[in-house]
Write a protein that binds this ligand. Structure first.
Ligand SMILES: Cc1ncc(C[n+]2csc(CCOP(=O)(O)OP(=O)(O)O)c2C)c(N)n1
Ligand SMILES: [Mg+2]
Length: 342
């Protein structure tokens, strides 16, 4: 199983959808496509210079946020990092406000003052992202503590990368969450790279969930490109969290198609990634695997997929044009929303 997980040529099987709610499966496909296309548009706008700030794209990793989020409530508290478009969009598919944010417009998720790496949408459960690697994990633990003290049954979710696990605060958080038995799910998106460096050059093992054992926590290590696997297994861990079972780690093996930042696919090539690897991992595309499985089970046709794809393209283009025409924040809003004397 483990070898298979890391071998790009061996893990492109169809996804098992037998016994699943078809409505859910269609929703997974819709959301993953929407997130993919939103990020692809960001990639091309970055390439053409319209977007000024950096964008860290998670194309190829969509199944993780989509699978987990179907088990979340709006009152749960989700925290992300520098690569968090999917974490937010799966809770609130308002790609228009993401476009506006990335373009620095006042209609954006953070009123145009945060950009791609400072996203915030509390009413839908997204409590924030920051570019500081592992910068929000302690906030997720704090939010889980609050939820526990409020007897609310809400949970905290912390999305971190395999690189973030190398930050000391992560281990303090694992420890504290366990000792206080907090309802927090630590999701490790292991895409095998931190910036340009492969995990084998940074850690003694290619997996990170071994730290769950050190902290006596339940954990699962799974194929992050299989949305149904992610959905089912996160459900099990989340149900346990809500019932007072204490924190858990979910490590998901995946791969990002673009380089560390912005639109270049090959920015990491020559450092540690080969074009061959990228090609093989693309064969493990979480969207294609799901749509193929749906077509195979006759709950979906290629025509329906094309129709959905065209519909999303149109919606995204309309949203992008609207965001492009939106105003920038006024100067006095800087004093109102960035600095506060409150
Ligand atoms: C505290 C801190 N150290 C270093 C950086 C520079 N940096 C930005 S992203 C990144 C790699 C993060 O890798 P990982 O956690 O695996 O996330 P991924 O980029 O793979 O999604 C680094 C080192 C930073 N932003 N913050
Ligand atoms: Mg990584």
């Amino acid at each position: 199983m483990l070898n298979k997980l890391f071998s790009p040529t061996e893990f492109n099987d169809l996804i098992s959808i037998k016994g699943q709610d078809i409505k859910n499966i269609k929703k997974f496909l819709h959301l993953m496509l929407l997130i993919r296309k939103t990020e692809q548009l960001l990639a091309s706008a970055k390439k053409s210079g319209i977007i000024r700030g950096p964008v860290h794209l998670g194309v190829g990793q969509e199944a993780i946020a989509v699978g987990i989020s179907q088990n979340l409530k709006k009152t749960d508290r989700v925290f992300g990092g520098h690569r968090s478009h999917a974490h937010l969009l799966t809770l609130n598919a308002d790609f228009y406000r993401l476009f506006a944010e990335v373009l620095g417009k006042e209609t954006g998720f953070s009123k145009g003052m945060g950009g791609s790496m400072h996203l915030f949408d509390q009413s839908n459960g997204f409590y924030g992202s920051t570019p500081i690697v592992a910068g929000t994990i302690s906030l997720a633990v704090g939010a889980a503590l609050a939820a526990k003290l409020q007897n609310s049954k809400d949970i905290g979710v912390s999305y971190i990368g395999d690189g973030a696990v190398e930050e000391g605060v992560v281990h303090e958080c694992f420890n504290l969450a366990k000792v206080l038995k907090l309802p927090v799910l630590f999701v490790i998106e292991n895409n095998l790279f931190a910036s340009h460096m492969h995990i084998s050059l940074r850690q003694p093992s290619e997996t990170t969930s071994r730290f769950a054992e050190a902290n006596c926590m339940p954990y699962k290590l799974l194929d992050g490109n299989d949305v149904v696997t992610v959905f089912q297994n996160s459900k099990e861990l989340i149900d346990n969290l809500r019932n007072g079972g204490g924190p858990a780690i979910l490590e998901l093996i995946t791969y990002r198609w673009y380089g560390h930042v912005d639109w270049r696919e090959d920015i990491d090539v020559g450092v540690a990634r080969s074009m061959e690897d990228i090609k093989n991992w693309k064969a493990r595309d979480p969207i294609h695997r799901l749509s193929q499985s749906m077509i195979h089970s006759k709950i979906w046709t290629k025509e329906e997929e094309n129709e959905l794809s065209n519909k999303i393209d149109t919606e995204i283009q309309i949203a992008w044009d609207k965001a492009m025409n939106d105003p920038y924040p006024s100067k006095d809003s800087i004093l109102k929303f960035v600095y506060s004397n409150n």
